[in-house]
Each structure stands twice: as structure tokens, then as C-alpha cells.
Design a protein around this ligand. Structure first.
Ligand SMILES: Cc1cc2nc3c(=O)[nH]c(=O)nc-3n(C[C@H](O)[C@H](O)[C@H](O)COP(=O)(O)OP(=O)(O)OC[C@H]3O[C@@H](n4cnc5c(N)ncnc54)[C@H](O)[C@@H]3O)c2cc1C
Length: 225
């Protein structure tokens, strides 16, 4: 498979960095081709705006969706976004690796979504959910938390983890057509012993080795926008 990992963590010695290195090592050893966008290393600008484009549909009034549609028709995305979109088109499996911040992605990664997932290039009124642009591809969230697993159960403080992740797993990934795999959640690595953290990386490796056999937890269903 072609596997694209979008990664954010500013600390190379972090547990997220260890998870990224584990994924690269295990997936490459399985014969997959892996590409990584390390957003912090790229100093990825998360703020969307006119600089997304080399074309201008309307210089008087900025409407991002209209500029995206125009750029999609006229090869008008800046080279950074064009490269990221091509990696999306290239991959069979998309993985996001990040620490959970405010029950979501950190801002730099959210900004990647805002800028890269362009209207008429990655989705449209006709191309979404089961008719989505990426409907033959799979996607998976891989994340760490600061709070224990018990906080992410139905009776826990934040509710069940897949409910917390629904805006990303359904609103973004399934919307684009991706078949969504069960997320891998490394709960509270900062509070664990070194040995338990090592075991967690082993569990992650095991999971990655068998990804191709996994059934998605979310299949994009039809939707009328
Ligand atoms: C703004 C903000 C918002 C947040 N919001 C939330 C939230 O909504 N919900 C929530 O649950 N949490 C939240 N958190 C906490 C955050 O999710 C955790 O701090 C983060 O997920 C921990 O992951 P890390 O990679 O940063 O861990 P680190 O602190 O980098 O690592 C944990 C430990 O693993 C060790 N380690 C690194 N590599 C290895 C290795 N190869 N083998 C063994 N050990 C290793 C490190 O040395 C460290 O001791 C928030 C934090 C911030 C700053």
C-alpha cells in the first residue's frame, strides 16, 4: 500500500514521535511505501487565505470555496498545497498522528485540513460520503491523550472516544469518502512506566502489521448536502 502519515508534534523525543518512528519502521518492513508530512518540521502555516492560490477568481471579495473551485479548474494551488493534495491522491491509507488537544487535533493539523481539503478538488456536492473522492481509500486516527482510558468511556468525563472523534472521523474522513479504521489511542503515556509505554508501542506495531485485514468501523453512507 501507499501510506501517507500526517504528523504533528514539536518534540522529537515525544511519545508521538516514537509512534511515528514505529509506524515508519513497521510499515516499511511490511513492504509498504510511506510518506510523511511532518507539519512542525515543515513549519506548515495553518492559516488559510489568498496565499493558498496562485490564481484569483475574484480579487475584490475573498470567498475560499470559490477560489478553491477556480484553482481546481486552473491548476491554481500554491506548490505546498498541490504537493499535499497529490500525496492524498497517491495514498491508499491516510494516517493522522497527533496528541489530542481540546478533544481534537492541534491547530497546525486542523489548519492542514482547512487548507488542503479543497472544494472541487477533494470534495463537492456530488462527491462526498459514499460518492466521495477518496472512496477506495482507508484512513485512521492515531493519537495520544493526557487523560486515562476511563475518561473516554460512555460514563467517563468526555464520553466514548469514537463520539469525541466523530467530527474528524465522520465529518472529515467519511465525508471525503474514506473508509475509517478503528482509531489507535495511546492513553496517558505521560503517566505510565517506561515498560508499559514500550508495551504500548508493541501493541501499536502489532496493529499496524494487520491493518490490511481490518474492516472499517465507518463506511461512508449517502448524504444529500
Ligand atoms: C493545549 C493542550 C490541550 C490538551 N487537551 C487534551 C484533551 O482534550 N484531552 C486529553 O486527554 N489530553 C489533552 N492534552 C494532553 C495531551 O493530549 C498529552 O499531553 C499528549 O497526548 C501526550 O503525548 P506526548 O507525545 O506529548 O507525550 P510525551 O509527554 O512526549 O511522552 C510521554 C512519555 O513517553 C516517553 N517516551 C518517548 N518516547 C518513548 C519511547 N520510544 N519509549 C518509551 N517511552 C517514550 C517520554 O519520554 C515521556 O516520558 C492537552 C494538552 C495540551 C498542551
Amino acid at each position: 500500500m501507499n501510506i501517507f502519515i500526517v504528523y504533528w508534534h514539536p518534540e522529537p523525543a515525544s511519545f508521538n514521535a516514537a509512534m511515528l518512528r514505529t509506524a515508519e519502521k513497521v510499515l516499511t518492513a511490511q513492504g509498504h511505501e510511506v510518506r510523511v508530512s511532518d507539519l512542525d518540521a515543515m513549519a506548515f502555516d495553518p492559516v488559510s487565505g489568498r496565499h493558498n492560490f496562485t490564481t484569483r477568481s475574484n480579487p475584490e471579495y475573498y470567498c475560499q470555496r470559490l477560489e478553491e473551485a477556480y484553482a481546481a479548474e486552473h491548476q491554481g494551488f500554491c506548490s505546498l498545497l498541490e504537493d499535499e493534495i497529490r500525496k492524498l491522491e497517491w495514498c491508499d491509507l491516510l494516517i493522522f498522528q497527533f496528541p489530542l488537544w481540546w478533544c481534537s487535533m492541534p491547530a497546525m493539523m486542523k489548519g492542514w485540513l482547512d487548507r488542503v481539503l479543497a472544494y472541487q478538488r477533494t470534495y463537492s456536492e456530488e462527491q462526498n460520503y459514499n460518492l466521495g473522492h477518496f472512496c477506495n481509500k482507508k484512513a485512521m486516527l492515531s493519537l495520544t491523550t493526557g487523560e486515562p482510558a476511563g475518561s473516554y468511556t460512555e460514563d467517563g468525563a468526555h464520553g466514548e472516544i469514537n463520539a469525541v472523534l466523530k467530527p474528524l472521523q465522520q465529518g472529515v474522513l467519511a465525508f471525503l469518502g474514506f473508509q475509517v479504521l478503528e482509531p489507535f489511542v495511546a492513553y496517558q503515556p505521560g503517566q505510565l512506566t517506561e515498560q508499559v509505554r514500550i508495551n504500548m508501542l508493541e501493541q501499536f506495531s502489532d496493529r499496524l502489521r494487520h491493518l490490511e485485514q481490518e474492516q472499517p468501523i465507518l463506511q461512508p453512507a449517502g448524504c444529500d448536502l
